[in-house]
Design a protein around this ligand. Structure first.
Ligand code: FES
Length: 137
């Protein structure tokens, strides 16, 4: 009963390894530059690298840049694109993130506008802490 092995399956496996011409197709998608031993979602940044009461600007793997802020154990993230004309805002100083383009200011605690010309708050991006890393939620 257990000996019901389909010979075709073995042949198919063999033909895979002997098909050298098709190998290039899979090699093309091999992520050679990815982080070794990733073990789950790639972290945006280490929690320890986000200053207490401050924040950092990091690349969003889904595009654009993120402003990540931390208050105690709570980590929040915003799309770092200024809501005026899209310039990446700076990391917060004294709880305020400033756009270098026309000087809009945003409260790091909630993304709200502190000073225009921007009229809309920074867009919230859902993140969570996994281990010692901040990751997209
Ligand atoms: S683009 Fe940020 S203030 Fe104009």
């Amino acid at each position: 009963m257990v000996a019901l092995v389909v010979p075709g399956a073995v042949l198919a496996a063999c033909s895979d390894s002997s098909d050298s011409s098709g190998g290039a197709t899979t090699n093309g998608s091999t992520p050679g530059g990815s982080t070794p031993g990733g073990g789950g979602a790639a972290g945006l940044t280490a929690v320890a690298d986000v200053p207490e009461g401050g924040g950092v600007i990091v690349a969003n793997p889904e595009g654009g840049m993120l402003l990540i802020v931390r208050e105690g154990d709570e980590v929040k993230a915003y799309n770092a694109a200024c809501t005026h004309m899209g310039t990446t805002v700076e990391a917060p100083v004294d709880g305020v993130s400033t756009c270098p383009n026309h000087g809009s200011q945003f409260n790091a605690a909630d993304g709200s506008v502190k000073k225009g010309p921007a009229a809309q708050p920074l867009a919230t991006v859902d993140v969570k802490v996994e281990g010692d890393q901040v990751v997209l939620a």
